[in-house]
Ligand binder design. Structure first.
Ligand SMILES: [Zn+2]
Length: 295
């Protein structure tokens, strides 16, 4: 285990060392304008962590931190420490599949957490059961929905339940929580492993609107996107969280074609490594990427 841990630490070190600015999104002018402001404000950073085949999204505003999903393994703890995370305002798990909740038991065991939000379905696997054990042991509240928005100073994070929450048997993917992150005019939407049924439900409920950044649902699979979904959300940037050489065939080539229309910028964690969206107080943003990590 010692060699595995040092490997993780080396990887995490490289991740930060290699972080390089690669481009500016269309709102660059706003970012430059805000830089002239007299009131310094912490940048909002949304890190789509490269955790292989899975999701882990770290949202930071200075020392205020929210984690959405935790990838498959306990190495997420070392990655969080590398980002100087000491506590979490909230931990959110989109749904109970291992590629999202696998590392969450270690996070819940190791970090002070203000609240834990989940879809409320039975754990269904060993990792999810471990999370429940550690939540009780560490007295971390797990309130039921509806949840008030999580406010990190001027950043608002709204967590909404599955559009199929009242359906008799939505499958676990379609029971994913949605997460909307807003600062100034900036909006980003995280969609877990939602599939067409859940996305259509959110559209019908009028919950989602235009966003700047969209996390592709279900690792860029064909059942996670429709032309109607992109017509409504109108993202400028799409991020696909996906592992290199995964056995699922993610991302689907046809889905990729959808995402790449209208000159959208599409980033993939298997190719680009950890992808960071940095947002200023008025909502200007830029994208940076760390480069792929050898596994
Ligand atoms: Zn998944």
């Amino acid at each position: 285990m010692a060699s595995a841990q040092s490997s993780i630490l080396r990887r995490a070190g490289r991740l930060v060392a290699a972080l390089a600015l690669v481009g500016w999104a269309p709102a660059t002018a706003s970012l430059q304008k805000s830089a002239q402001s007299t009131a310094p404000a912490a940048p909002l950073e949304i890190h789509f962590l490269d955790v292989g085949q899975g999701d882990a999204i770290l949202i930071t505003l200075g020392h205020l931190v929210v984690l959405v999903d935790a990838g498959r393994g306990d190495d997420i703890v070392e990655v969080l420490r590398d980002y100087h995370v000491y506590s979490l305002v909230a931990a959110i798990v989109s749904h109970n599949h291992d590629d999202h909740i696998g590392g969450m038991d270690a996070v819940v065991a190791d970090f002070p957490i203000g609240r834990y939000l989940a879809n409320g379905r039975p754990p269904g696997n060993h990792n999810a059961e471990n999370v429940e054990t550690w939540l009780r042991r560490n007295h971390i509240p797990k309130p039921p929905p509806p949840w008030p928005p999580i406010q990190l100073e001027d950043v608002r994070i709204t967590v909404f339940p599955s559009s199929l929450a009242n359906a008799e048997n939505p499958d676990e993917n379609n029971a994913s929580l949605g997460v909307l992150i807003e600062r100034g005019k900036f909006r980003a939407l995280l969609t877990g492993d939602s599939q067409v049924e859940e996305l259509n439900g959110w559209l019908a409920a009028g919950i989602v609107g235009d966003v700047d950044v969209l996390k592709a649902a279900h690792h860029g699979s064909r059942n996670g996107v429709t032309p109607g979904w992109l017509d409504r959300t109108r993202p400028e940037v799409v991020v696909i969280s996906v592992g290199a050489g995964n056995s699922y065939g993610h991302p689907d080539p046809w889905a990729l074609r959808y995402y790449q229309t209208h000159d959208r910028a599409v980033y993939r964690t298997d190719i680009d490594g950890t992808i960071t969206v940095t947002v200023d107080p008025v909502g200007g943003y830029r994208i940076s990427k760390a480069g792929p990590v050898a596994r």
